[in-house]
Every structure is written in structure tokens, then in C-alpha cells.
Design a binder for this molecule. Structure first.
Ligand SMILES: [Zn+2]
Length: 263
């Protein structure tokens, strides 16, 4: 395709993103989204997450003592809210918690758990999986989930990638659900040294790839680091962005690449 023939499509794409308050634009910088999940069981740590600077996303576990309170705090701080939907892990001894999607459940059960989780929290704009190394490998369940999400206009899905064999991302795309995947976990090693080492890797990866999505947890070392480091990102050429805007940025990058490679 010639540049001239491709131009109207690019113009149309740009026009469709003009509703964003600060649309991330390729060439403008490097984009980093951070999701803090496992929120809901600890009030103090959750409130520290709500008070973090910038559009850090809050992902809240259903049916937990402080789920609604923390979602409200995050929402009034201008942060995006995700439902941190529990799903069956590989380890049968690990408890995914209340409201979990499990193999053997009927489609109606899966649907009602998804809807109850979303409806119970204010302002949910998307879902990411809590655990789920077993369930996300099973296409039939991901198929049900993504078909339901596709009918909830604009509800996005972040694949937490708790297993490299997750089928969630590909099936979400097939249903037209806005989606992306986690690149790094910040605090699998929750020591201050471990978190700092992952943070360095995260920034390197974002600068190399043009964008990154990290998942962290409401742990002391993670919060200590984010409270001191987030405001310095821009000076390093990295723009902290919402999950919604990161997905839009990545979709636009993919479209531009397809445009380029089909010329
Ligand atoms: Zn989790």
C-alpha cells in the first residue's frame, strides 16, 4: 500500500482517539501502566495505593472486607478500577478466594460471578485475573468469559499472565475485547532489593519496547518504592498512563505496523 493510500486510514484512526484527555501518541514518549492488584483485604495498604501519584490502576478482589471502600477511594483519586477476578490456579492447595471461576462451573455460574463482581464495585472499567494458571489455559472457559465481556461495552481485560500458556489474551482479541498483557511483576521477590531490581528491569523494558505494563501488590517495599519513584518518571522520558490509554497506544502501534508492513 502506498503512503498516500494509507494516509486516510491513519487520519481516521487519529480522529477516533481525539476523545482522550491526553491521548498517548507514538513518538511522544514511552508509556508505562501500573496495576496494583489484590486490593480489598487490607485497608491501610489499599489507601496508600489510592494516594499514589498519577493514574496507577487499582484492581480489587470481590467479596473482600474493604473492596467497596477502596474502589471508591481509588475512583475519587481519579484512578481506574479493575475487578481482580479470582480464577482456578494450578496448585489445588492454593485458595483463589471468594467469587472464583473454576472448571466444572456452568456458564450461568461463571456469568453471575463476573456480573456480581463488576456490579458490586463502583466504576469498574475492566478485569484482570487473580491466580488463574489453570483456568486461563482452558479455551472453553476463556471463550465464555470473553464473549460476556464483549457484551459489556468497553470493559477491558488485562491478562495477568500467571502462566505462559494462558489463552486469555488471544481469545479476548478474537471477541474484540480491548486487551493487553502484563509484562512484569514488580514484587515477586517482595524484599526492598528485589522490588528495586524489578523496577530497574521494568524501566529498561519500557524504554526498549516503547511501553510496559507492570503488576504489583499492596506490600510495603512496593508502596515505598512507588511513593518515591513515580514522580521522577517523566524526567526519565517515561509517561505513567492509565490501562485504557496503554491499550489504545498499543492498538495504534499495531495498526501502524500493519500499515507499514503492507505497503
Ligand atoms: Zn492477585
Amino acid at each position: 500500500m502506498s503512503i498516500c493510500r494509507g494516509l486516510p486510514i491513519i487520519v481516521l484512526l487519529l480522529a477516533s482517539f481525539t476523545s482522550l484527555a491526553q491521548p498517548p501518541d507514538p513518538g511522544q514518549g514511552v508509556f508505562l501502566a501500573i496495576v496494583i492488584d489484590d486490593l480489598g483485604n487490607s485497608r491501610l495498604e489499599g489507601e496508600r495505593v489510592a494516594a499514589l501519584p498519577g493514574p496507577v490502576a487499582c484492581s480489587v478482589l470481590p467479596q473482600t472486607p474493604f473492596s467497596v471502600h477502596l474502589a471508591e477511594r481509588c475512583q475519587s483519586a481519579g484512578k481506574e478500577i479493575l475487578l481482580h477476578l479470582p480464577m482456578q490456579p494450578d496448585d489445588p492447595a492454593a485458595d483463589p478466594g471468594p467469587g472464583a471461576l473454576m472448571t466444572g462451573q456452568s456458564r450461568a455460574t461463571l456469568q453471575s460471578l463476573l456480573h456480581a463482581g463488576i456490579d458490586h464495585l463502583p466504576g469498574v472499567i475492566g478485569v484482570n485475573n487473580h491466580m488463574g494458571s489453570y483456568l486461563t489455559r482452558h479455551a472453553a472457559y476463556m471463550d465464555w468469559l470473553m464473549e460476556d465481556l464483549s457484551q459489556m461495552h468497553g470493559t477491558l481485560f488485562v491478562d495477568s499472565m500467571t502462566t505462559p500458556h494462558s489463552k486469555a489474551l488471544g481469545i479476548a482479541r478474537a471477541y474484540g475485547v480491548a486487551t493487553t498483557r502484563r509484562d512484569l511483576f514488580i514484587d515477586n521477590d517482595p524484599s526492598p532489593e528485589g522490588v528495586r531490581a524489578q523496577w530497574r528491569l521494568l524501566l529498561e523494558s519500557a524504554l526498549r519496547e516503547g511501553s510496559a505494563l507492570a503488576i504489583g501488590h499492596p506490600r510495603d517495599a512496593t508502596l515505598d518504592l512507588l511513593e518515591t519513584e513515580l514522580e521522577g518518571l517523566e524526567a526519565r522520558g517515561i509517561i505513567l498512563t492509565s490501562v485504557t490509554d496503554l491499550i489504545r497506544f498499543r492498538q495504534r502501534e499495531t495498526t501502524r505496523w500493519q500499515e507499514f508492513s503492507s505497503r
